[in-house]
Design a protein around this ligand. Structure first.
Ligand code: PBG
Length: 326
């Protein structure tokens, strides 16, 4: 072989769209996309979220509409977040059957619960007046074990409202075991637990704080993980598997693909990634300025997460992308 005439030519498989399509290692499918949705108590119309162009806090009516659109597009699931009208120290709205998240869950479970998986965020931050993911002790620190008691009650309330899958996003130690026990003891053995196994204390959640009108001052670094730590992501994932997690999640996606890849390598349950609010906002902002090719970059970020090992992805673009894939 002369140096000018290589025998091995990887370009052969890239020569045409048809060849590339046939040999792609990774694909996107609507069923592997999950749409996060915000529902606002007392709203009569959708309230746009400025830092997430195209995303709104929904009224019950507009929620039903977008849920039906997502189901129609073939999206695999919805993840519901509640924005309550009033908040208190223990997040009472989270366990109230008439709290907005539980009300919305009942509505969606009845309307689209056969077409896709209706899922709920299990965390107190939207419901507490201090904005933390748990209840506080006398020093103002998040009290892990007292929070588990609240999570257990919240899990039962959500299961009773018809949630088929609970997203445990609070990063309390022992939360998966505690919630599994509460679900089983109340007869909800079929309800699936998605453990936000590796959830990092991330600046990429910025726009989400506006999305849920968060009251948080300070940060979550005493319970969410340090972005510097990779091994710790695996430790969290293993613990959640031992505690009975049905699905593991890594969050955020874009800056944590190494962690996603590590977790996917050891997991014998599905592994999901959450493309969070800041990832969405970054792409939309750059696209609005004409600096990037929006659709191409959306697809590339999703493929990147799939390639790194995500079986499914939570993304605010779920319905739109599912539409492209049809
Ligand atoms: C906690 C929760 C958060 C997000 C999802 N669940 C906020 C946080 O941990 O601070 C962020 C999601 C996003 O940014 O899109 N309930």
């Amino acid at each position: 072989m002369s140096e000018l005439h290589p025998v091995i030519r990887p370009r052969r498989l890239r020569q045409s769209q048809a060849m590339r399509r046939l040999t792609a290692e990774t694909r996107l499918h609507p069923a592997e996309l999950i749409l996060p949705l915000f529902v606002r108590e007392g709203a009569t119309e959708p309230v746009p979220i400025a830092s997430m162009p195209g995303v709104s806090q929904h009224s019950l009516d507009s929620l039903r509409r977008v849920a039906a659109e997502a189901a129609e597009a073939g999206v695999g699931g919805l993840m519901l977040f509640g924005v309550p009208e009033t908040r208190d120290a223990v997040g009472s709205g989270a366990t109230d059957p008439d709290g907005i998240l539980n009300v919305a869950t009942r509505v969606l479970a009845a309307e689209v619960g056969d077409a896709l998986v209706v899922q709920t965020d299990l965390c107190l931050d939207e419901f507490t007046d201090h904005g933390h993911c748990g209840v506080l002790d006398a020093r103002g620190h998040v009290d892990n074990d007292a929070t588990l008691v609240r999570y257990r009650d919240m899990a039962v309330a959500q299961a009773e409202a018809g949630s088929q899958l609970l997203g445990l996003s609070g990063m309390m130690d022992g939360q998966v075991a505690a919630v599994r026990d509460a679900l089983d003891a109340s007869g909800h053995t079929d309800v699936v637990i998605l453990a936000y196994a590796a959830k990092y204390a991330s600046g990429f959640y910025g726009p989400f704080r506006e999305a849920v009108d968060s009251q948080l001052s300070g940060d979550r670094r005493a319970y969410q993980q340090d972005p510097a730590n990779r091994r710790e992501g695996l430790r969290e994932a293993r613990l959640d598997l031992e505690e009975g997690a049905d699905i593991l999640m890594v969050k955020p996606a874009l800056s944590y693909l190494d962690v996603l890849s590590d977790v996917a390598a050891i997991s014998d349950v599905p592994v999901w990634a959450y493309q969070v609010s800041g990832e969405y906002a970054m792409v939309e902002a750059a696209a609005a300025n004409g600096w990037i090719d929006r659709d191409r970059i959306i697809e590339e970020t999703l493929i990147g997460a799939r390639r790194a090992g995500a079986d499914a992805i939570m993304t605010y673009w779920a319905t739109e992308v599912a539409g492209w894939l049809r």
